[in-house]
Ligand binder design. Structure first.
Ligand SMILES: [Zn+2]
Ligand SMILES: [Zn+2]
Length: 416
């Protein structure tokens, strides 16, 4: 019997407690940076299984380390935070939690991205490996990061001296519920999820009466010229075939028709799949905004503020191959390749900070019949997706699949 099959004989005994933990996490979500109870509960599970646990890394981050003889060190990541949404799934364990967000607004809180399931799969995997130490050798590192939804938690942990507090791994792994059929695991080599940058750009004019434009510098016209010119970044500066997106998602200036305001604020969102393209787009934005300000006679330099930044997630080919082979051996037809995703993740900041290769794979979450019917009708985009208040993956097979995927991937190094 393979180490994986042997270890999985313990799964049925563990399952009721794992499902209860998942439902409990789901019912008690916490927003980014506020994941105190969640972190405490996760740490309790790891301590109970004999892990050396460090808490409070980069805020609420938790890492459990289980050293089990000589061999590679494998780091696996899950996330602690939930989203500011009011859950509308109707599940018996649905969240009714409300809280005050950073801006003082009353918001619902909902695990609408599946981080609850990622955490329960991880503690389940940790318990199974802790209970079968005779079947593997090396160091198992389970990492629970805060604030993944805001793209800050991974960097916060690195900045807090993560790799002075825990061993540097040989490889880093992560999984996420992503569009696809529940029970499937899907890998992809190379660039997988886009880099994303959100910028707030403020440009200045000189305000005045709407009837005397000659004595003003109109920031509304200036903003309009910038928005149009920004469209040429993708069409004229990025190579055809390279994927890039520039969106101006918000533009605010002025209060009424007969007043020329003195400034305008633009909010930009940029996506790309390579560091070179990302750099080129960021430089082009600066260049275009500054040049348009000059063309308008703007009296003050524009201001640029980065409000969100996610790196590109680019899966190491050798690591991905090894995981894909382990998945094919265990999951058979339920292991497959996944298309590129335009969503973004901050996970890679952790392995990148340590110079360690990584891979990140997708767990499907839509019931098979529902998915196939939507695919046949050409309406896959109508299926409920991550970040919807109706997002609720079928607990099984997703929880079991997530647990098995973590085990299969970790054992590809710990019990090859
Ligand atoms: Zn997520
Ligand atoms: Zn999310």
């Amino acid at each position: 019997m393979t180490a994986l099959d042997d270890i999985l004989t313990g799964y049925e005994a563990l399952r009721p407690a794992q499902e209860a933990f998942y439902q409990d996490l789901h019912a008690h979500p916490e927003l980014s940076h506020q994941e105190h109870d969640t972190a405490r509960r996760v740490a309790g599970h790891l301590q109970g299984d004999g892990f050396a646990v460090t808490t409070g890394i980069g805020g609420t981050g938790v890492v459990g380390v289980l050293a089990n003889g000589s061999g590679p060190a494998v780091l696996l990541r899950a996330e602690l935070d939930a989203l500011p949404l009011r859950e509308a799934t109707g599940a018996p364990f649905a969240s009714t939690v409300t809280t005050t967000d950073a801006s003082g607004m009353e918001v619902g809180v909902d695990h609408a991205c599946g981080h609850d399931l990622h955490m329960a799969a991880m503690t389940g995997m940790a318990a199974l490996l802790a209970g079968h130490r005779d079947r593997w050798h090396g160091t198992l590192i389970t990492l629970f990061q805060p604030a993944e939804e805001t793209g800050e938690g991974a960097q916060d942990m690195v900045d807090d001296g993560l790799f002075k507090k825990i061993p540097v791994p040989d490889v880093a792994l992560a999984q996420h519920l992503l569009p696809g059929i529940a029970g499937t695991v899907r890998t992809r080599s190379g660039p997988f999820m886009s880099a994303a940058d959100s910028l707030e750009v403020t440009v200045y004019g000189r305000g005045g009466h709407g009837s005397t434009p000659q004595s003003t510098v109109d920031p509304v016209v200036l903003a309009a010229m910038i928005i149009i010119r920004l469209q040429t970044i993708v069409s004229r500066e990025v190579a055809p075939g390279d994927i890039a997106v520039v969106t101006v998602g918000s533009c605010h200036a002025g209060t009424r028709s007969n007043v020329i305001p003195d400034h305008a604020v633009l909010e930009l969102n940029l996506r790309s799949y390579s560091a070179a393209t990302r750099q080129r787009m960021l430089e082009a934005v600066q260049r275009i905004v500054r040049a348009e300000c000059q063309a308008s006679g703007s009296p003050k330099d524009p201001e640029f503020k980065t409000t969100l930044t996610f790196p590109v997630t680019s899966n190491d080919p050798a690591v991905t191959d090894r995981v894909a082979q382990a998945f094919a051996a265990h999951f058979g037809d339920n292991a497959d390749e996944i298309p590129r995703q335009t969503v973004s993740e901050d996970f890679s900041k952790i392995p990148d900070a340590a110079g360690v290769p990584y891979t990140y794979w997708g767990l499907g979450y839509t019931d098979r019949d529902t998915y196939l019917a939507a695919e046949k009708a050409g309406h896959l985009e109508d299926l409920t997706s991550n970040h919807s208040p109706k997002f609720l993956p079928p607990m099984q097979p997703c929880l079991r699949t997530g647990t098995e995927a973590l085990l299969a991937a970790a054992l590809a190094w710990l019990a090859p």
